[in-house]
Design a protein around this ligand. Structure first.
Ligand code: DQA
Length: 147
């Protein structure tokens, strides 16, 4: 099984970026245990963070017929990107939408997501733990489908 984790714009700044909202862990701090967990479950996990919408779209296209599930924090693209939504639909790969913060407790412009209605699951407000929750769910769902 192969799982792709995608992180959108400004998430490379985790650890320094508004730590009162996003915590003090860096993206590497978050991704390392996920990679280990995946490995222990015989899952290959790849990760891409990009500030570029095009790069994220290309990574999704490259996953066609190769990737079994995607875990994505589209960051600000959540609220703007029909193109990223269409990319996910174009490859028919089930995906989990993760947000570190509870977007519903924040500005109204963060309440709209172009992803939630077509996501397998949506997790927000659990901090970095949300990625682990999504990974656990993705692996357990994929493994039960393959049995
Ligand atoms: C975010 C929430 C978005 O509204 C914001 O633009 C981000 C991060 C989160 O993880 O909480 O960049 O997706």
């Amino acid at each position: 099984l192969k799982i792709l984790v995608l992180n959108g714009p400004n998430l490379n700044m985790l650890g320094r970026r508004e730590p009162n909202k996003y915590g003090t862990q860096t993206l590497v701090d978050i991704m390392q245990p996920l990679t280990n967990y995946a490995q222990q479950h015989n899952v290959t996990l790849t990760h891409l963070q990009s500030n570029s919408e095009a790069e994220l779209i290309n990574a999704i296209h490259d996953g066609w017929q190769k990737i079994d599930a995607i875990i994505i924090n589209p960051a600000a693209f959540t609220h703007t990107s029909i193109a990223l939504r269409d990319a996910l639909l174009s490859v028919s790969i089930p995906f989990y939408e993760v947000h570190i913060t509870n977007v519903y407790a924040r500005e109204p412009f963060r309440h709209k997501s172009y992803f939630s209605d077509v996501a397998q699951g949506v997790i927000c407000g659990l901090g970095a733990m949300g990625y682990q929750a999504a990974l656990t769910a993705a692996i357990s769902t994929l493994q039960s489908e393959n049995n």
